[in-house]
Ligand binder design. Structure first.
Ligand code: G3P
Ligand code: MG
Length: 239
């Protein structure tokens, strides 16, 4: 079962920062998930629609200029990396799931993916692009067919994972609240990997291991790996 650090090792360090990515690599995470939004044609790693929680100021992220984004500090301390800076930092040391949180320029994204594969030490199977907006990943798959795409979902549809097949997705990324054994079986029969978010508690980790899911997005990759390996059954929140 793959351990994928959700926004980096975001239990231990501020989410979507280079520190969180370093902690994830230290924890031997198989992959890192990060969120991407576009501002002024540039791709930045940031999750929230609003600035309040992470940058303690009012307003929407997408209303900033790229210069303002560069000046922002997460929790008064950590710069917001561009997608390219994040990939330069990770350097193929684990796979990366790029989740698109806003519509981005196809050309800008493709340029970064190409650069990651040509000069930053990533193989094409180490990059997965996902989104809840399936139009965005569909368009990407059309223009760059070798790209692995992940179909994000927070629902359990009547025809299960069929939509992910239709997208020619590599993987189905499903909310823990909506994953069922039937959905997993259907996805596997269609040749899809199933990755579940966001999973930190031992009861969930062990249930999903029994159900045979391919991977978990977790805020605490070190602890989750220990639970999978049977080294602890404690909740990370009890520490
Ligand atoms: O990509 C999985 C998960 O990150 C989706 O939800 O809100 O944490 O980006 P969110
Ligand atoms: Mg995400």
């Amino acid at each position: 079962m793959l351990v994928i650090a959700h926004r980096g090792a975001s239990f231990e360090a501020p989410e979507n920062t280079l520190v969180a990515f370093e902690r994830a690599i230290d924890a031997h995470a198989d992959g890192i998930e990060l969120d991407v939004m576009e501002v002024d044609g540039e791709l930045f790693v940031f999750h929230d629609r609003y600035l309040r929680r992470l940058a303690a100021q009012p307003g929407r992220f997408q209303d900033l200029t790229s210069a303002q984004v560069r000046a922002l500090r997460i929790f008064s301390q950590h710069p917001i990396p561009t997608l390219l800076e994040a990939l330069e930092f990770i350097q193929g040391r684990c796979f990366v799931n790029i989740e698109l949180k806003s519509q981005v320029s196809q050309a800008a994204l493709v340029e970064v993916l190409n650069q990651a594969e040509q000069t930053l030490g990533f193989s094409s199977d180490q990059l997965i692009v996902s989104a809840f907006n399936h139009h965005w990943i569909h368009a990407l798959k059309q223009s760059r067919p070798k790209t692995r795409i992940g179909a994000l979902s927070a629902s359990c549809l009547l025809d299960y994972a069929r939509f992910a097949n239709e997208l020619d997705a590599y993987s189905l990324h499903i909310d823990i609240d909506f994953v069922t054994f039937e959905l997993i079986q259907d996805a596997h029969q269609r040749g899809l990997k199933v990755f579940v978010y966001t999973v930190d508690e031992p009861e969930d980790i062990l249930l999903l291991k029994r159900w045979g899911v391919g991977g978990l997005f977790t805020n605490h990759p070190r602890h989750t790996r220990n639970v999978i390996d049977g080294l602890t059954s404690a909740s990370p929140f009890n520490f």
